[in-house]
Design a protein around this ligand. Structure first.
Ligand code: LLP
Length: 429
């Protein structure tokens, strides 16, 4: 479900006019739809209903407290990658006992904090990390619940920077080393084996790599379960989203035929493929969606500042830059960009660029856009995942505000940074 749509020529998020939000709160502005979050959580929960399962939302995709709080109320668990993310989850009312801790470089302090908070499981990525967890747990006088991330050497067929399940990637432990490593864990006094984890990559647009990975790893999980009494198997996240949204019922037929066809991975196809492979394990299945949950729940609203046409190109210069949304330049990410005031004028190609002093600072290149003028607003869609959470203060630009829409209500869930906020903590030598 996507809650961004035109109504009488104006783009709304649920029942709220984005133009009104832009005018009230300024731009760049991130806007999220609560209904979409709830819908995505509920649909995934239903799709996994045949399994004993726990959804551990990948906090890194969007860590705003209001987003976490919404999911916590629905009963979501969380996949965290730092002490900071766990701190946020707890602040938002989430339960550490439903959290997993991922990442190749956890510090002793982070491990200690997670154990003190009663984390459900630490997903370790190396033998050396397991030794460290064993030490920290010993110093706390407890047994740390652990799983190991398996690297199945399966190609997720996604962008190189977000492929994680190949042997040459830094993630996890090679499939062939896993059984010996579990045997070793069983000899470490302060560890308790709880499960097995894998995650092969992000923004997967077909079901085959998931199937290949589950088919390869499930027999290993069954063998480990027989020896070590596992509780869970986590299949990670990675379900891709369609970055092209249908905003107007008039486009629905075109959309069905074209956009949807380019992205065949639906939630149903995913569940239909993996559930039957997982069910016979008789284990609790964890799933760690990030982008699926929040990607299409958010948009970045930006104002057009200037337009200029040179010999080679037309540039639409807007007030959001790569510091606000880095996906286009970092991953060649394609985000749909539409004017808040619906236009039926003929389009022309232009580059939508930000104010940052880098050639890589663009939101779109050679994009067909209707003519826009200074003061018009644009929505950069599908920006709910890895948008704000990857934003920075580069060029000393304050972080944007974030708004959560619920029906006809809109709440500012993060204030825009002031320049004082940006400089806080700095001093002259
Ligand atoms: N689990 C683990 C262990 C992960 O590393 C990730 C994402 C997820 C779950 C969630 O994956 P998702 O369901 O969101 O695909 N910044 C990049 C994506 C980085 C993904 C990192 N790991 C982007 O904007 O495309």
């Amino acid at each position: 479900m996507h809650s961004f749509h035109y109504h009488q020529g104006n783009l709304l998020c649920e029942d709220v006019s984005l133009q009104a939000l832009a005018k009230e709160h300024g731009t760049p502005l991130y806007v999220y739809s609560k209904a979409t979050l709830v819908d995505h959580f509920t649909r995934l929960d239903q799709a996994l209903a045949p399994l004993d399962h726990l959804i551990c939302y990948a906090v890194k995709a969007n860590s705003n407290l209001a987003v976490l709080g919404t999911l916590a109320k629905l009963g979501s668990g969380f996949d965290i990658v730092s002490a900071g993310e766990l701190f946020r989850v707890i602040r938002a009312g989430g339960d550490p006992g439903r959290c997993t801790f991922a990442g190749v470089g956890k510090t002793a302090a982070e491990i200690r904090y997670a154990l003190e908070q009663g984390i459900y499981c630490i997903n370790a990525e190396s033998a050396a990390e397991l030794e460290r967890i064993n030490e920290v747990a010993g110093s706390l006088g407890l047994r740390a619940p652990v799983a190991v991330r398996v690297n199945p050497n399966v190609d997720a067929k996604t962008h190189a920077k977000i492929t994680t399940g190949k042997s040459e990637n830094k993630f996890g432990v090679d499939f062939e080393q896993i059984e010996a490593l579990y045997a070793h864990i069983a000899t470490l006094p302060n560890l308790r084996i709880r499960g097995v984890q894998m995650h092969i990559g992000s923004q997967l647009t077909s079901v085959e790599p998931f199937v290949e990975a589950v088919r390869k790893v499930a027999p290993l999980v069954a063998a480990l379960h027989a020896r070590h009494q596992l509780e869970f198997f986590s299949i990670g996240g990675g379900v891709g989203i369609n970055y092209r949204q249908c905003l107007d019922s008039a486009d629905a037929a075109w959309w069905e035929a074209n956009a949807a066809a380019q992205h065949p991975l639906t939630l149903q196809a995913y569940a239909d493929a993996v559930v039957p492979l997982l069910k016979p394990l008789g284990l609790r299945i964890l799933c760690e969606p990030g982008r699926f949950m929040v990607g299409n729940a958010g948009a970045l609203i930006t104002e057009v500042l200037y337009e200029k046409s040179g010999k080679a190109k037309t540039f639409c210069i807007v007030d959001a830059g790569m510091n606000d949304l880095i996906r286009p330049t970092l991953y060649e990410g394609w985000h749909q960009i539409v004017p808040l005031a619906q236009s039926h004028e003929a389009t022309r190609p232009c580059d939508v660029v930000g104010p940052i002093c880098e050639t890589g600072d663009y939101l779109a290149q050679d994009r067909a856009l209707p003519p826009v003028k200074a003061g018009d607003f644009l929505a950069v869609l599908s920006a709910g995942a890895y948008g704000f959470s990857m934003a920075s203060n580069y060029n000393t630009r304050p972080l944007p505000a974030e708004v959560l829409v619920d029906g006809n209500k809109a709440s500012v869930v993060r204030q825009r940074q002031s320049l004082e906020d940006v400089l806080r903590g700095e001093s002259l030598a």
